[in-house]
Design a protein around this ligand. Structure first.
Ligand code: NI
Length: 169
């Protein structure tokens, strides 16, 4: 947080199957796995392209956390399904050590393409929908603290959730 590249509006990807895109996605996957995140957007590693990845495996330690299929989503568009918003705690690899309570649409449709340029068109809800909204916000230069409505609900992960050893995502 503070790097101007995280505040920029990213450019769409126009060429698919290129070595540059493959290298970017490999770097993003490595970074997300290494930092144990739920998702990552290209500007988080300094690349101003409309590329996000996300995915969460089922974790018996967090039975309430929904599994999200590993997805490469390029040039995404989001369409909320209904006006219902839901508050949930978020963290971010670009805002390490902090958590904030963020309102997001509970249900949405997301479209875009994968790394081969093949169309993606899905509906998602709850945690899956939250992760997508968080990552796509990165492509428009928005970090989650700007979405927090009540700044008393923003703090250090260790203080808010002592002993839970939560990863940044
Ligand atoms: Ni983030």
């Amino acid at each position: 947080m503070g790097d101007p590249r995280l505040l920029a509006v990213c450019e769409p990807v126009s060429a698919f199957g290129t070595p540059e895109l493959e290298t970017l996605l490999a770097d993003m996957r490595d970074t997300m796995r290494h930092l144990n995140g739920a998702g990552l957007a290209a500007p988080q590693i300094g690349v101003g392209l409309r590329v996000v990845i996300f995915g969460v495996e089922a974790n018996p330690r967090y039975p309430e956390a929904q599994a999200v299929p590993f997805t490469v989503l390029i040039n995404p568009r989001l369409e909320p399904l209904g006006a219902e918003m839901e508050d949930g705690w978020e963290g971010c690899l670009s805002v390490p050590g902090l958590r904030g309570l963020v309102p997001r649409y509970r249900r949405l449709r997301y479209t875009g393409v994968d790394e081969r340029g093949d169309r993606i068109d899905r509906e998602a809800s709850d945690f899956h929908a939250r992760v997508v909204q968080h990552e796509v916000d990165h492509l428009d230069g928005i970090l989650y603290p700007r979405r927090i409505r009540d700044l008393t609900q923003f703090g250090f992960t260790e203080t808010l959730f002592p002993g839970q050893n939560l990863a940044d995502d």
